[in-house]
Structure formats: C-alpha cells, structure tokens
Design a protein around this ligand. Structure first.
Ligand SMILES: *Cc1c(COP(=O)(O)O)cnc(C)c1O
Length: 493
C-alpha cells in the first residue's frame, strides 16, 4: 500500500511512511486508499486469535513486510499481557460491551499499538535502506510516553525520549514514566498542559530531524500522528466486532456502534477507517471532557482554536488541539489536499469552519458529546453501583456520552443498537480520582487509592502498577516547552 501526505507531496511506501512518521512537509501520512476486508476475510478472521487478526489487518497496509515476522513479534509482545486475550470484550448488559484495552505492561491501549510500530520501524529501516539509528520522540500524552519507553527499552539501534506534560498526568502515570529503566531512554517533564507540550514538539520536529541526521540519527515518532499507530488500533476495532459475532451477540453484517474517547482522535479515526474498510459500524460516538472543542465542532461545524484549557481528572483527553484533526479534515473534504490546507490554515485565525457538506459528512458517521467533571464522577459511581465494574476516568467520560446518546434515541422511540465502549486505561492509573468517584474520599497517596479500589471492587491490581511503587525515580528534569529541542540534542550528545 502506498501512502500520501495530507498536505500533498509524493507518495511513499508503507515502510517509508512508518519509519519517517511524519511527511517532509509536516503533513500526516494516510494510505492512498483503504484496503477492503471482504465478508469472506471477515469470516476467516473469526477463527483467528488476537495476534493473527492484528497481523492480518496490519498486513493490508504494510504488504512489503514479512507476515510471519510481524506475527511472531506481536505474539511475543502480547505474551507479556495479563490473561489470554490482549483485548477482551466484556458484556455488561444487553447490547453493551466493554473493550478492555489495558491488559498490557503499562496498562493503557498504547500497549496494543507500540509492538506493531516497533516491528514496522525495525524491519522498515532495512526495507528502506536507512542506515541511521532511530530516535523516537514522544510528546504530550502520559500513557503514550510510558508505553514508548517500555517498548523501546534496550532496542538495538534505537533511542527514545519522552516529553510528558507536567500538568497533564496523574501521579501514578508520572511515577510509571519516571521510574522507567533503560540506557537508551530519557524522560523529561514539560511545564504546562498536553497541547502545549505536543505542539511545541511538533514545531521543532522537522528542523531537529534535519540537525540530527548529521549526527547519525533519524528522528521519528511512534505517537498517533504516525499512521502505524492507528493501523494497530484498527486491528482491535475489527477484533471486537468479530468477538461479538463469534459469541452470537451479533449476526454477521449487523451493525454495532462504537464509543471512543476524543483526545488526539486516534481511536475516533481507527473506527472510522475500519468502517471504510467494510466493517459494519453504525455511529461512532466520540466523547470529550470539559475540553470540548471537538464536540463543539460536531455540534456547530466550528472548531475554536483558542480556548481556555482545563486540567481534568481524565488528563488523556485534555486536548483542545487534537494531533489528528488534520486527518479528520482530510476525510471530511473527501481527501482534498487544497481544502484540507485551507481548513488547517484557518487555525491561526482562531476558527476552523466546516462547510455544510463537510459538517453533514461528520454527522453521518459521528456523534459527539462532552462531560463536566461532575458527570464523569457520577457516571463512574453509577456504573459501578449498577454493574460492579470500575471504569477509569476516561471511560467515565465515554460512558456518560454513550448513555446520553442512548437516552435521546429512546426518547425518540428509536432502536438502540449494540455498542462497544473502548476502555483505554486501567482505573489503577488514576487511583485517586477513581476512588473519589467511587466513594467521595480524597486520598493523597496513589497507593492508598489503589488499595481501596481493590478492596471495594475486587478488580485485580495489575502487576506493573504494583511494581513501580518501590522503584527509584530516575528522571527528574522538568523544562519549559521552548527547551524541548535543546533536550533532544543534549540526549544525543
Ligand atoms: C492516549 C489515550 C487517549 C486518547 O486517545 P485518542 O483516541 O488518540 O483520542 C484516551 N484515553 C487514554 C487512557 C489514553 O491513554
């Protein structure tokens, strides 16, 4: 499969797009067309386990890679997960399914993504004849930072540096990041919110890449601006659907809605892309917290680019400038490079305005909603009371938006289709806020939160969460956003 950039430019191979991460003009790579998955192929995938399904979907985009090698890499990575199935689907009620994406070594959905990206990097370098070592940059989102460090720990010919937002991670997330061991790794806190961290890193990315080449490094990223990240997410969307069919919850071809969090839009796009590939997806519900620029776009067709950022209890959704907005605009303009440029160009004016056709395309496939902090707390509490299941705070945002959506359907006497809710992190990553939601108790210590949640809910504490408690904190540097490029150069030496 060939790839193009959202800002035009020449087409490149899948390997090239994966290894470089971002196009030379700053655009985001997307496949030239979406490979179809036929009904026969879907049928064949029913009999596959998760690694096989993931390798099959990734193989559709990255045909030049060795399929056996990819499958073996995924199998060995997923062997580190807790439980048999790396992405289990849990039925809580008639037509309501939770996709648990947090069984991996760092307890967020990024664990399902990064092993694939790592393989595409490693083998892609060979396929493209790239001789430089890779420097993998992650910036702006706590769970991604941790998963990148974990995945590339000790990787040959690769270094990784993660910039996490000081004001955009829970204490537990910060502890996970800063206790990471590995000679080839570095983690640095950046003052400010996730958007500030990410947009500064994005700004210096291409000039820094240029500089580092002379030092023998190719700067790249495994964050969701890299299409490889999203390709791996498409795999779990397919897998969840197949699990529904395989357990007779759905008949073949019947549609399911998907409810996803909206931070940097990677899950939102993964479901949309899966739909374009032929998966019977109904509505894609995307959920924002108080930082609701995205749900306002859905409501009004206007995306305000200068809004006050709030620090919330669902920090992975504290984005006002989603990294993958450009990919969504690319699709809404029917892949029109000039129109995408025009829309992105409106960014600096403070307002991106969709045409009425673009807005109606958005509404055809998506439904957006948002929550207040109180809504999130109430939802986590009520969901636990009803089903005995502790959602994480991002999950609380998504579930609230789904419930509102379903309530409206019922009020209008419409059918309520089955829905899959993506749970992107373990509640134990946000123990203080989850405990507060469940009991009203504020605890200062993350581990007191962990213990009480465990006593209350009987959900098993993941081993990786237990493990970091007594690990030494290795990374203590905190910088302002304008020092990101300098830190990268210092790290390379
Ligand atoms: C990364 C992350 C998100 C953001 O996901 P997008 O689909 O890119 O918006 C949401 N929740 C958690 C827990 C995350 O780690």
């Amino acid at each position: 499969m060939q790839f193009i950039g959202t800002r035009g430019g020449k087409t490149v191979s899948g390997a090239e797009a994966a290894v470089r991460g971002i196009a030379e003009d700053g655009g985001l790579f997307v496949p030239c067309s979406f490979p179809a998955v036929s009904a026969e192929e879907l049928g064949a995938m029913l009999g596959m386990d998760y690694p096989e399904r993931a390798a099959f979907i990734l193989g559709k985009f990255y045909e030049e890679y060795d399929k056996e090698g990819l499958l073996a890499a995924l199998e060995s990575a997923f062997a580190r997960f807790e439980g048999e199935d790396p992405a289990p689907l849990v039925r809580t009620d008639e037509g309501l399914y939770l996709l648990e994406l947090f069984r991996g070594p760092t307890c967020s959905f990024k664990d399902l993504v990064l092993p694939a990206v790592a393989y595409l990097f490693r083998e892609g370098k060979k396929l493209c004849g790239i001789r430089e070592d890779l420097l993998v940059l992650s910036a702006g989102e706590g769970d991604t930072c941790k998963a990148v460090l974990d995945t590339f720990c000790g990787a040959e010919g690769i270094k990784a540096i993660a910039f996490y937002p000081e004001d955009g991670v829970s204490k537990m997330q910060k502890l996970q990041i800063c206790t990471q061991e590995g000679e080839n790794l570095n983690a640095v806190g950046v003052r400010g919110n996730p958007d500030e961290c990410r947009t500064h890193a994005a700004k210096i990315f291409l000039p820094t890449r240029e500089k580092l080449l002379s030092k023998g490094y190719l700067l790249t990223t495994a964050d969701s601006v890299n299409f490889a990240h999203i390709a791996a997410q498409i795999a779990y969307v397919f897998s969840a659907y197949l699990d529904l069919v395989g357990s007779d919850q759905l008949s073949e071809g019947e549609r399911a809605d998907f409810a996803v969090p909206a931070g940097n839009f990677s899950n939102l796009l993964a479901v949309y892309y899966a739909k374009k590939m032929g998966l019977p997806v109904g509505k894609i519900l995307f959920a924002c917290n108080k930082n609701n620029a995205a749900s306002e776009l859905w409501k009004t067709g206007v995306f305000e680019t200068r809004r006050t950022a709030f620090s919330t209890m669902s920090p992975s959704l504290d984005n006002l400038l989603p990294a993958n907005l450009e990919r969504l605009l690319f699709e809404l303009t029917e892949r029109d490079v000039e129109k995408t440029k025009e829309r992105m160009g409106q960014f600096s004016s403070g307002r991106i305005r969709l045409s009425s056709v673009e807005l109606s395309r958005l509404k055809t496939h998506f439904s957006g909603g948002c929550t207040s902090e109180d809504d999130t707390v109430d939802c986590v509490y009520e969901f636990f009371t009803e089903y005995g299941y502790p959602l994480d705070t991002q999950g609380g945002v998504v579930m609230h938006v789904l419930e509102e959506y379903r309530k409206n359907l019922r009020d209008e006497f419409q059918d309520v289709p089955p829905a899959v809710v993506l749970l992107t992190a373990s509640p134990y990553k946000f123990p203080q806020d989850v405990l507060y939601a469940l009991t009203g108790n504020d605890v200062k210590d993350s581990y007191k939160g962990v213990k009480r949640i465990n006593l209350l809910t009987a959900m098993k504490v993941p081993a990786p969460i237990k493990d970091v408690r007594y690990k030494p904190v290795l990374f203590k540097t905190v910088i302002s956003p304008d020092k990101i490029a300098g830190e990268i150069e210092k790290f390379i030496g």
